[in-house]
Design a protein around this ligand. Sequence first.
Ligand SMILES: Cc1cc2nc3c(=O)[nH]c(=O)nc-3n(C[C@H](O)[C@H](O)[C@H](O)COP(=O)(O)O)c2cc1C
Length: 143
Amino acid sequence: MEKAIIVYGSTTGNTETLSRALEEELAQRFEVTRKDVIDTDPHEVLNYDLIVLGSSTWSDGELQEDFQDFYEEMDTIDLAGKKVAVFGPGDSNWDDSFCKAVDILEAKARERRATLVAPGFKWDGEIDDQALTEIKKWGTQLH
Ligand SMILES: Cc1cc2nc3c(=O)[nH]c(=O)nc-3n(C[C@H](O)[C@H](O)[C@H](O)COP(=O)(O)O)c2cc1C
């Protein structure tokens, strides 16, 4: 069975809630590990076939704060041959910076030579049942 890791950073719990729903979906096809980014060294992700990163956006277009160190250390890893996908909740009241963290992490993954296996999942507003359904649907695309 292929191995997947979900690494999430979450200030008020929304990204974490999405990560749990995604784990449920991916567990049907992968051996899944789900970790808070604060406890994760970027080199760990090299042990997995699929790497899913989840970050909310804060401070007008920045990564969730726990993701900062991980993001900088991504410069030390080569993701060639790795499958990567990115998700995050946000709020469209922030207009131009809506879910910018998803774009920032996708750009970094590309720069580190990863293969992005699906368009980033961006969720606007409250994490309700529909959000959980939609992230699970998104998860079915990740191979
Ligand atoms: C002070 C503040 C700044 C925020 N900045 C942004 C932003 O720039 N872009 C965005 O899409 N959402 C922004 N948000 C919304 C959060 O990303 C959203 O509430 C998200 O669900 C939080 O997820 P978390 O609990 O996993 O951290 C902001 C929220 C607050 C309170």
